[in-house]
Design a protein around this ligand. Structure first.
Ligand SMILES: *Cc1c(COP(=O)(O)O)cnc(C)c1O
Length: 489
């Protein structure tokens, strides 16, 4: 497929702008370009075909089943797009006087209240732009809390080995040392190891729950109290809230703060790189440290206020506002009954699919699972030579997106499957049949699987070269995409 720059023909622009009806105000010459930028000039019909062609090259939730574990690629109702695009939300400016955007501020405050209720927290910030930034915000709150108490000795964050990879990365970024705690034989946190790890240097614990094995830790309350008794705080990675929303609340389990991924659980499509939103909820004792500003109602009107001992700003303005509006629309549409029903269906769908596969594929930790489950392709590989990569690639030939591969790291040949609540029984049955057919193929002719996918436009790209030498920007003379020259530019 040609790039839009290659379709360009001088003078063939498709924008018809009206005459300028205000006085022109140009920036100083020092800030102006010497020449016009080399933008593509393409007729409207060709532009339309170009973008449709690009869409055809991609695989999204609207193309088929997308069980990418840990990512919650569920169907997001279109109506929520329309709600967030209403002119009252999309045509306002973030620097407008507060008195002129009371409705938008009320929507933010309502979204915060509902997310606080869902998580069992006392206050919420909508500022973080993604889950990882939410984690970072949460750890800065924990750091500020200990600092305010004059306790400088708490330099360590405990991270179980079944945590999401962002957790230890966040702990380092926030200036803490990470202490790893192993899992026990049923996939939960090893309580003895946790007891041995906590002490006067413990700033806190970061727990992903359900963890990356798709399991809810049954010792969650005890885990929290072990950390609290040692003087640490507890951070809940709630990126995967999908199976517990409306049913169990991190606040009730004893956690001090939590982040959510609105772009996973609460109706913002993702996978293309944003925008996302990772709101952070916290208990009252952390509220004064929240990023500035937060929305509060004062004297009958909504206002943007700076918490007393704020850790500062995490993102320009107020976070990705449109994502928060989609979440609000989603929560209000589902309501108190719909939210837990969605969660239960997510769990049911995962267990249904797992039960159809567990006779053939190895399930390393016994279920029932939550919203996702992990298959270990290790035994199949030993028997036939077909790897997790082969199974995943072959799945594409059935018109479905592969599951997450080689994650979590504690299972070497892992495939992590998350069907989500928005899929029908027929779709789950089709996915099970595909996995079982691939299992048979592995036994009949594993060689053929090494070349899968066979029916997609692109077969097996050179993944090492793509990762080491990414060419993500077009340059007029960099036609050789693999070339190191093109890559550098
Ligand atoms: C997706 C995910 C994250 C990271 O969220 P981003 O929005 O990609 O930064 C963190 N933790 C868990 C458990 C996740 O599934």
């Amino acid at each position: 497929m040609k790039l839009v720059f290659e379709l360009s023909k001088q003078g063939r622009a498709s924008a018809l702008l009206p005459e300028c009806d205000v006085p022109e105000a140009l920036p100083d010459a020092a800030f102006r370009r010497a020449e016009a930028p080399a933008l593509p000039e393409v007729a409207e019909v060709d532009l339309d075909r170009h973008y449709n062609g690009l869409a055809d090259e991609a695989f999204g939730v609207c193309n088929g089943f997308y069980p990418l574990g840990s990512c919650t690629m569920k169907y997001n109702p279109r109506i929520n797009e329309e709600v967030s695009a209403l002119p009252g939300f999309s045509d306002i400016h973030p620097l407008q006087p507060e008195g002129t955007v009371q409705g938008a501020l009320e929507a933010m405050a309502t979204a915060c209240d509902l997310l606080a209720e869902i998580t069992g927290m006392d206050a919420v910030t909508l500022q973080p732009a993604a889950g990882a930034q939410g984690e970072f915000t949460g750890l800065l709150l924990i750091r500020a809390y200990h600092k305010a108490a004059g306790d400088d000795a708490r330099t360590k964050i405990i991270v179980p080995d079944s945590a999401h990879g962002t957790n230890p990365a966040t702990a380092s970024m926030a200036g803490f040392d990470t202490v790893n705690v192993p899992s026990n034989e049923s996939g939960g946190v090893d309580l003895e190891a946790l007891r041995a790890a906590v002490g006067p240097d413990t700033a806190g614990l970061m727990l992903t729950n359900p963890n990356t094995l798709g399991l809810f830790d049954p010792n969650i309350i005890e885990i929290c109290s072990i950390v609290h008794e040692a003087g640490g705080l507890c951070y809940y990675d709630g990126a995967n809230l999908n199976p517990i929303m409306g049913i169990a609340r991190p606040g009730d389990m004893g956690f001090d703060c939590v982040h959510l991924n609105l772009h996973k659980t609460f109706s913002t499509p993702h996978g293309g790189g944003g925008p996302g939103s990772g709101p952070v909820g916290c208990k009252a004792h952390l509220k004064d440290f929240l990023p500035a500003p937060i929305v509060e109602k004062r004297d009958g009107a909504y206002a943007l206020v700076n918490p007393e001992r704020s850790i500062g700003r995490m993102k320009s303005f107020y976070g990705n506002f449109g994502v928060a509006i989609r979440a609000l629309a989603y929560i209000l549409a589902l309501g108190k009954d719909g939210i837990p029903e969605a969660a239960r269906t997510a769990v049911l769908n995962a267990n249904y699919l797992m039960s159809k596969l567990e006779d053939r594929y190895a399930i390393p930790f016994a279920g029932p699972c939550m919203h996702e489950f992990v298959m270990d392709i290790g035994p199949l590989k030993e028997e036939t030579g077909a790897s997790a990569l082969d199974v995943a690639k072959r799945f594409l030939d059935f018109g479905m997106h592969p599951p997450t591969m080689y994650f979590p790291l504690i299972v070497h040949e892992a495939l992590m499957v998350e069907p989500t609540e928005t899929e029908s029984r027929e779709t789950l049955d089709a996915a099970a049949e595909a996995f079982l057919a691939i299992w048979d193929e592995a036994h009949d002719n594993a060689e053929a699987l090494h070349n899968a996918p066979l029916t997609t436009r692109i077969g097996r790209p050179d993944e090492v070269r793509a990762a080491r030498n990414p060419v993500v920007r077009w340059m007029p003379d960099a036609r050789d995409f693999g070339g190191s020259d093109g890559a550098k530019r």
